[in-house]
Design a protein around this ligand. Structure first.
Ligand code: PSU
Ligand code: MN
Length: 301
């Protein structure tokens, strides 16, 4: 059975060994409303192309796991009615039933080794939830099992960030601060928490990743990039919105996979346009940095 369906562009890029950057689609199906989600996905692909790399947007359409989406397919996913949120465990059901869905960080990571893609850009990773330490995103163990360079803006402070960093340490995942010593908190550039190693260039990132894998590790390296200064929000502004969103989640009995999208959209609503601006800005920035890393990785190997 054919499991992965590659676009023509990705087939060619793989053949020519061009730098490729994987992009997730849970942000399209569950992170942003239509049509902002479609524009964002198209703009992330453009950022990657402008840097001379090829975007491989990953998504599931009618049960087919696609690596690289044609413009029409991306549009379909962005407009899909009740698409699935596809983490690692959800592929099986989606494939067997022929459904549509956006892949989370864990979902996207799942296909990368088979697709031979090493670099992946996203907004923020999932983690250990506050007040529910048994709710741990599958992003964390999957990062622990997948040799890839994952570029993100840290994790949102809707999560327990110290516990999330502990889990990353347990899973042997270097947390590389890109031009920073501090773990960013998605909307905010700071969290007061340290990264495990700092890199000041994309070449330094690839040197660290290669050394990690040469030492026998099979885990990812996480590159954390603070959101662009002009669009970032202060840490304190976020906290009030997060507290309220968490109260609402509890009183409305929001559970399981719904927790993260619920908290993210409530925090966005409560903080207004500013958080949306920060969100879009950091996603595009991460795509750019990831494309540069993919090029640096190619040019040295
Ligand atoms: N964190 C964010 N934005 C996001 C997500 C997380 O700041 O869009 C999405 C990602 O796709 C991530 C997923 O992989 O939510 C994690 O969901 P869960 O906590 O249910 O594993
Ligand atoms: Mn969860």
């Amino acid at each position: 059975m054919k499991t992965l369906f590659y676009s023509k562009e990705i087939k060619q890029a793989k053949h020519k060994k061009n730098p490729i950057v994987a992009l997730e689609t849970a942000v399209v199906t569950h992170g942003l409303p239509y049509p902002v989600n479609l524009e964002l996905a198209q703009n992330m692909e453009k950022q990657v192309r402008d840097q001379g790399a090829v975007p491989a947007t990953v998504g599931v359409l009618e049960g087919k796991v696609c690596i690289g989406l044609k413009p029409k397919q991306l549009h379909k996913l962005a407009e899909a009615k009740q698409p699935l949120k596809i983490s690692r465990r959800d592929f099986a059901g989606a494939i067997a039933k022929g459904l549509n869905g956006g892949t989370t960080v864990a979902g996207t990571l799942t296909v990368l080794p088979q697709a031979g893609i090493r670099v992946f850009a996203t907004g923020g990773i999932g983690g250990v939830h506050r007040d529910a330490p048994f709710d741990i995103s599958a992003d964390l163990p999957t990062l622990g099992q997948t040799p890839a360079i994952v570029v993100c803006a840290g994790a949102k402070s809707i999560l327990d960030l110290p516990a999330t960093l502990e889990y990353l340490e347990t899973m042997a995942i270097p947390v590389i601060g890109y031009k920073t010593d501090e773990f960013p908190a998605f909307y905010a550039r700071t969290s007061g928490l340290p990264v495990s190693v700092r890199a000041d260039s994309t070449e330094e990132v690839t040197s660290i990743a290669k050394a990690h894998w040469k030492m026998g590790a099979r885990s990812a390296v996480l590159v954390v990039v603070p959101p662009p200064e002009q669009d970032a929000l202060p840490e304190a502004i976020m906290e009030e919105a997060i507290a309220q969103a968490m109260d609402e989640a509890q009183s409305q009995h929001v559970r399981g996979q719904q927790v993260t999208p619920f908290l993210l959209s409530r925090v966005s609503e409560l903080t207004g346009e500013a958080s949306l601006k920060a969100n879009l800005s950091l996603l595009l920035n991460n795509a750019r940095v990831a494309a540069k890393i993919a090029k640096a990785l190619r040019s040295k190997s």
